[in-house]
Design a protein around this ligand. Structure first.
Ligand code: SAM
Ligand code: SF4
Ligand code: SF4
Length: 352
């Protein structure tokens, strides 16, 4: 598809809270080879129909248009992004856009050893691997699969491919892995990775979510202080979701406190599903259809939808959820029946 109808000048967009559009999370598939209980608790889902999935060429056209409006960071996610065949081809395409400064990948790590070198050679800059436990039996209980060893092999292979700045993302949950925070930090040190603890969120299919299971930023810090002593915050000017901290031995780690301390005020992220619907917030219940005008080759309409969509953006999903919590009105985010009717409401369809 050509970009001939590209407008010569488009300016950076601001939403209703003056937040720019900088980061685009591309979900390249809604399929996954794990069944993490906080994300995909069921075996079968209403999968996005194959003929609706955007081709790499189509995704690339959208990325190109998004860069006109200010996007300079792209993260490939899913589902499990490495299940999408030939992902390096897409990375190669995206890396051609001068405005894209950073191409990152979030993966469960199972296929990383197999694909890592090709991903690096194609131009992928950074890798984040999700790992919630170092105990094989817990991994199996959480993910319903026995691929723990492959995840570790994947993590350990990252450096040899040439990647720098590996991150390990851990959803911290009371009664599940709250006794492993130190072990995870130590494991991170051993593989040159920065560990980031994510507060458990009640998004999409997280049907078992309860506030009592959330290990808060304050509790994470308290627990780590008992082992490591004083912990200093790292002062940086960034819209990244993780707050970073420094241990006295120089190790850094992050906390993404989405549930107790939402960071919506500076949120410059949006998400594109594998079938071309654009979501302005992790908690947004409706997306903007970009596939339809894209397939009609009406790129002016694609631009219009992006521009008017972001200009009208009022989303502060995690803050809204927190307010409901404070009023003791935080019910289930989305009813199971609704999730079954609209697969895009699931976290695995829009990426984390
Ligand atoms: N499959 C890949 C992976 O797991 O890294 C990418 C997609 S996954 C949806 C992206 C991230 O979302 C993962 O780090 C995962 O742990 C996180 N996530 C999923 N459900 C979550 C929840 N309920 N609360 C917090 N984080 C969650
Ligand atoms: Fe787990 Fe990621 Fe798959 Fe969700 S998409 S089930 S978080 S591996
Ligand atoms: Fe951004 Fe929505 Fe997450 Fe808030 S809840 S940080 S607005 S994606």
């Amino acid at each position: 598809m050509s970009l001939e109808s590209k407008q010569s000048v488009t300016s950076d967009l601001l939403d209703t809270f003056d937040r720019p559009l900088r980061s685009l999370r591309l979900s390249v598939t809604d399929r996954c080879n794990l069944r993490c209980q906080y994300c995909m608790p069921e075996e079968e889902y209403a999968w996005l129909p194959r003929n609706t999935l955007l081709t790499f060429e189509e995704i690339n056209v959208l990325v190109s248009i998004f860069t006109e409006f200010g996007v300079d960071r792209v993260r490939l996610t899913g589902g499990e992004p490495l299940l999408r065949r030939d992902l390096p081809t897409l990375i190669r395409m995206i890396s051609q856009h001068a405005r894209v400064q950073d191409i990152a990948l979030t993966t469960n790590g199972i296929l990383l050893e197999e694909q890592g070198q090709d991903l690096f050679d194609a131009g992928l800059h950074r890798v984040t691997v999700s790992l919630d436990t170092l105990k094989p039996e817990r991994f199996k209980a959480l993910t319903r699969r026995e691929t723990f060893d492959r995840v570790l092999v994947g993590i350990q292979s990252v450096e040899k491919f040439g990647f720098k700045g590996l991150k390990i993302d851990t959803v911290a949950m009371k009664g599940f892995n709250d006794d492993e925070l130190v072990d995870l930090i130590e494991y991170g040190k051993s593989v040159n990775a920065e560990v980031r603890f994510i507060e458990y969120m009640d998004v999409g299919g997280a049907n078992e979510w309860a506030m009592e299971k959330v290990l808060s930023r304050a509790e994470i810090l308290l627990s780590l202080r008992q082992k490591y002593g004083p912990i200093e915050p790292v002062i940086e000017n960034s819209s990244a979701p993780a707050q970073r901290f420094l241990l006295s031995d120089g190790t850094t780690f992050g906390i993404i406190p989405s549930t107790t301390t939402p960071f919506c005020a500076t949120c410059d992220r949006s998400r594109l599903t594998a079938d071309g619907f654009w979501y302005l917030c992790l908690y947004a219940k409706d997306g903007i259809d970009l596939r339809e005008p894209l397939r009609m080759k009406d790129l002016a309409e694609v631009r219009k939808r992006i521009q008017t969509g972001w200009n009208a953006r009022t989303d502060r999903g995690a803050e809204d959820r927190k307010q409901l919590e404070q009023a003791s009105m935080r019910g289930r985010f989305i009813e199971i029946e609704k999730l079954r009717r609209d697969p895009r409401l699931e976290m695995h369809a829009r990426g984390g």
